[in-house]
Design a binder for this molecule. Structure first.
Ligand SMILES: [Zn+2]
Length: 299
């Protein structure tokens, strides 16, 4: 059996986060020797050949001077900064190109150990773009700690980048598992059920609530399996496996176009893209795929 985590997108990183290094305010200068950069143009990442890691001093020379970067940490001792560029025609010609992060993950356009770093960069840049004002008093806030905090000069409030937890679960019952398709899914794709955790809710309760809301199936024995950053813009997918107590499915049409119990043979065919009805699973980079593999492996 191959390692099911090997293909899971956004989980691998060599980045040493600066929150685990020296005092968080110690941000190196952007002209530090060997400084690296990742750059986003709107929601597209700048790639140079098969990497998203740019040399700040040369690849971004004359392009990013007016942009305040986020300091992500270090890679083998070199500082890494993330930039949001308003417009970058220089990156539309060889050896550069731009590609959205989902496609980068699906296509494997950069080494897997760059994906965790890109997830951090994308979520951080998005948070700053949407949090320029104090949530308490409305005053414009200022970036601190290399971008890992914003401070309000009027009321003194500190604001921190957030991660939004989502539960995603494979519900099994005997030799079958419950998969559904949302109305917005690509044609033929079935996946694990999922939903946002609500404030004050445990992971176990959220799994049970979401499954019941969407299918009227009750669950027990919720167990954590694996997690995956999902930077669209800042979710953490918490992958669980649970035991279904009811066979009958009543789908909520507001949430799902369909939901069914699939046996092991059907799941295997979905993962391998050879289901006779053309039904298929999410790609290997998605945690739903990992959960479906775990079901087949008897996890
Ligand atoms: Zn304030």
């Amino acid at each position: 059996m191959s390692d099911p985590f090997a293909t899971l997108g956004f989980t691998r990183s060599r980045l040493l986060r600066h929150s685990s290094e020296q005092p968080e305010e110690a941000v190196p200068p952007r002209d530090a020797p060997g400084a690296l950069a990742v750059a986003l143009v709107a929601d597209r990442v700048v790639l140079k050949g098969a990497t998203a890691l740019l040399a700040l001093g040369t690849d971004l020379a004359g392009i990013a001077e007016a942009t305040a970067p986020i300091y992500l940490g270090t890679l083998a001792g070199s500082p890494v900064f993330a930039f949001a560029l308003p417009d970058a025609p220089a990156f539309e010609a060889d050896p550069y190109r731009t590609l959205d992060l989902r496609s980068i993950a699906t296509e494997g356009a950069v080494p897997p150990d760059e994906m965790g770093l890109l997830a951090t960069a994308k979520s951080m840049l998005d948070w700053h773009a949407r949090h320029g004002f104090c949530a308490r008093c409305g005053t414009p806030t200022a970036m601190r700690a290399g971008g890992f905090r914003r401070e309000c000069p009027a009321c003194g409030a500190h604001h921190f980048p957030r991660t939004d937890p989502v539960v995603i679960m494979l519900v099994r019952r005997g030799d079958t598992c419950l998969l559904g398709r949302g109305a917005h899914f690509r044609e033929g794709m079935y996946s694990c059920l999922a939903g946002f955790l609500e404030p004050g809710e445990t992971i176990e309760a959220a799994v049970a609530r979401e499954v019941f809301e969407e299918t009227r199936v009750r669950v027990a024995g919720v167990r954590y399996h694996a997690s995956q950053p999902w930077p669209f813009p800042s979710s953490l997918m918490i992958g669980c496996i649970a035991e279904g107590l009811d066979a009958a499915i009543v789908t909520d049409p507001a949430e799902l176009a369909d939901a069914r119990w699939f046996d092991r043979e059907a799941v295997l065919r979905m993962l391998e893209g050879r289901h006779p009805e053309g039904i298929h699973a999410p790609p290997p980079m998605a945690i739903a795929h990992t959960l479906m593999r775990a079901f087949l492996d008897g996890a």
